[in-house]
Design a binder for this molecule. Structure first.
Ligand code: GLU
Ligand code: MG
Length: 667
């Protein structure tokens, strides 16, 4: 996540004086990036995925599991040329990156997949499998396992780290999370502290608690009498809400794992089209991938991670959020009015769903194919200076929706500034732009190329779009299924950009996003969707996820779109035999999750808890539940059906297939 510059990060008190400097130079960098790359054409459809892992340490003697926080040096080993783990990673086209938590790693392919070659889609799962194996080899301890779980069940409850650590750190001031869980790179504790300081209070993450027979009215895990920091009284002052799981630190959100997919579009206009066409798939696939029913040791009354992260990095002041501050006289948080000029109200966190479409310009003239400005009907605050500057850009790179997009990103302050990187060469550096861009964590990300990406330079990536909403899945099979599905949809959308119209008013996507946070979001609600993608106008319909994925008399269905794409592009019929049978099973998984034939990871985990012998009907996760659940998920991730769990989770056909058809894992 984000940019890892080296150097001395400035604390918020010092950094805020440079906010405008970063924004204005970041904007120059952005304009230079457009100057270099706006005429780029015909870039190939390359793509990649990102997986995030949580290192779980099992103790089979005590029957306890913890998150491990002292193996983060493996990332250095994996990235140090000459080191044996580095060579192994390189040979297998796998790349490992730091994440927010010291107990986390992120992994990607080194070279992107070629999305125009069908065979490359079959390497995705193999690559994912090898990442897991290589990470385990680097850890070199069979009790510590990188699991692709969205949230660690006992995060912040009792002694949950190995080695043990105490929640008394100055960066987060959390009542629950020790600073030792935060990545050692100075950027991360600084980010944590600066969000809190700018906001003027700790973050307050309240997630509805699952209500069972004996569930307490108020989150009983909150220590009410600690007197270590003045912030300790915040839950009593109103930060913690009754009936909710209360969390007070960035680590609860950014300690969650997701699955992301980034693709390269042929040119800037196509990237804009894809961004817009994917926008409404973000809430749908958040719901469909739902895997997060447990937070901070409690069952939640929702199934996804999204709003937890959103609230965990919410640096808006009380005034900007339009609420009363917890302490009087503190409505501007760490922001002084004179620093900021006019302070505006900001409806959403910097980690949230996208706020506006970019517009689907055709390549050869200045008109939109299906987009019109009325579709951008969210109340989105803009940085007016940025808007003016972009609109009046002499090369006319920025029309209204594009200028609005960046002007919205630029309402945010840079959160971490490195002392050594304040002055940059805007013709070649991109740090200031990336500083703003990479801390606007939205459902879809529009990624312009660097100033090096002139049309003739194909060694450097072009215009890319990232799909960021999905919860991570337990197995590589599922992660590969979802990642390839999104990539194949992306490719087919790009090839049909003149025909297919997915636009609905963006406020309806906002509503879909909140519905994706209902419990059992695949079945408990419908979602706004454009059912007639061939009609140029816009209609507003509500479809179930089953209809959206599997189709109905109203909508062709996304599975069919992928099947048609494979047929027209590669002349293959999907079937359970032959070299491309893996696709059949990928589609079976996605179709089955949408129809209810297969259980969602969130429901699977929830039912396990509800049926556990130590569960007291109080919504609380016991140490036994935590250990046994993680063991179970570990077995599933290895396609081990010795205890019948694989069949329970995947159904008979898929589980049998998976046991008999493991992908190549030789590293
Ligand atoms: N872990 C974050 C999530 O679950 C994403 C961080 C990143 O952008 O890499 O959404
Ligand atoms: Mg990441």
């Amino acid at each position: 996540m984000g940019l890892l510059s080296l150097g001395t990060p400035l604390p918020w008190e010092e950094s805020r004086q440079y906010s405008n400097h970063i924004r204005s130079n970041g904007l120059e960098q952005l304009i230079n990036m457009f100057n270099a790359a706006s005429k780029r054409q015909d870039d190939p459809f390359l793509w990649g995925d990102e997986l995030e892992y949580i290192l779980v340490q099992f103790n089979n003697n005590t029957h306890r599991a913890k998150i491990n926080i002292d193996k983060d040096y493996i990332l250095e080993d994996l990235n140090k040329p000459g080191h044996c783990e580095y060579d192994l990673a390189l040979r297998n086209n796998t790349n490992f990156h730091p994440e927010y938590g010291r107990f986390m790693i992120e992994a990607t392919p080194i070279k992107p997949y070629n999305g125009e070659s069908l065979n490359d889609y079959l390497f995705v799962e193999e690559n994912m499998t090898k990442r897991r194996i290589i990470a385990s080899k680097a850890i070199n301890n069979p009790d510590i396992i990188p699991l692709t779980i969205t949230s660690y069940p006992l995060m912040g409850i009792g002694n949950f780290t190995e080695p043990p650590s105490q929640p008394n750190g100055d960066a987060s001031k959390s009542l629950f999370l020790p600073d030792e869980i935060i990545n050692r790179h100075v950027r991360f504790p600084t980010l944590t502290a600066n969000i809190r300081k700018r906001r003027g209070e700790k973050v307050a993450i309240n997630i509805p608690m699952y209500q069972d027979e004996t569930t307490a009215k108020f989150d009983e895990s909150i220590p009410l009498n600690r007197g270590l920091f003045s912030e300790d009284e915040e839950p009593i002052l109103g930060a913690a809400l009754a009936g909710h799981i209360y969390m007070d630190s960035m680590g609860f959100g950014m300690g969650c794992s997701c699955l992301q997919v980034t693709v390269q579009a042929p040119n800037v206009n196509k990237a804009r089209y894809l961004y817009d066409s994917w926008a409404n798939l973000a809430p749908i696939f958040l719901a469909l991938s739902s895997a997060t029913p447990i937070l901070k040791g409690h069952l939640a009354d929702q199934d996804v991670r999204w709003n937890v992260i959103s609230k965990s990095v919410d640096d808006r002041t009380a005034y900007e959020r339009d609420v009363e501050p917890l302490r009087p006289g503190n409505e501007f948080g760490g922001v002084k009015l004179e620093d900021q000029g006019k302070v505006q109200k900001i409806p959403k966190s910097r980690y949230d769903s996208i706020d506006s479409y970019l517009g689907d310009k055709l390549d050869d003239d200045d008109t939109y194919r299906f987009f019109n400005n009325e579709l951008n009907d969210n109340n989105q605050p803009l940085n007016e200076l940025v808007l003016k500057k972009l609109i009046s850009n002499k090369d006319k790179h920025f029309d209204l929706p594009l200028a609005q997009h960046f002007a919205h990103l630029y309402i945010r302050d840079p959160l971490v500034i490195f002392n050594e990187r304040i002055n940059q060469d805007n013709l070649s550096d991109t740090d200031h732009f990336e500083n703003i861009q990479s801390t606007n964590w939205q459902t879809i990300r529009f990624k312009p190329p660097t100033q090096k990406a002139i049309p003739t330079n194909h060694d450097t990536p072009g215009w890319r779009v990232e799909f960021r909403s999905m919860d991570i899945q337990i197995t590589d099979f599922e992660n590969a299924a979802f990642a390839t599905f999104i990539a194949l949809l992306g490719h087919s959308f790009l090839l049909n950009s003149e025909e297919w119209n997915f636009y609905i008013p963006i406020s309806k996507i906002e509503e879909n996003m909140s519905r994706a946070h209902f419990k059992n979001p695949i079945f408990s609600t419908k979602y706004f969707f454009k059912k007639d993608i061939h009609s140029p106008g816009f209609e507003i319909d509500e479809l179930s996820i089953n209809e959206i994925i599997n189709g109905s008399s109203q909508f062709i269905g996304l599975i069919k779109i992928v099947e048609n794409h494979l047929k027209t592009q590669y002349n293959i019929e999907i079937s359970s035999n032959g070299p491309y049978s893996r696709f059949y099973y990928y589609l079976k998984l996605i179709s089955g999750r949408a129809s209810g034939e297969l259980i969602s990871p969130a429901n699977y985990i929830r039912y396990f808890v509800l049926g556990h012998e130590t569960y007291q009907k109080d919504s609380k996760i016991t140490e036994e539940i935590n250990f046994e659940l993680l063991e179970k998920l570990n077995r599933i991730s290895k396609y081990d059906d010795s205890q019948g769990e694989l069949s329970e989770f995947f159904g008979n056909e898929l589980s049998l297939y998976l046991v008999e058809n493991k992908v190549n894992s030789e590293v």
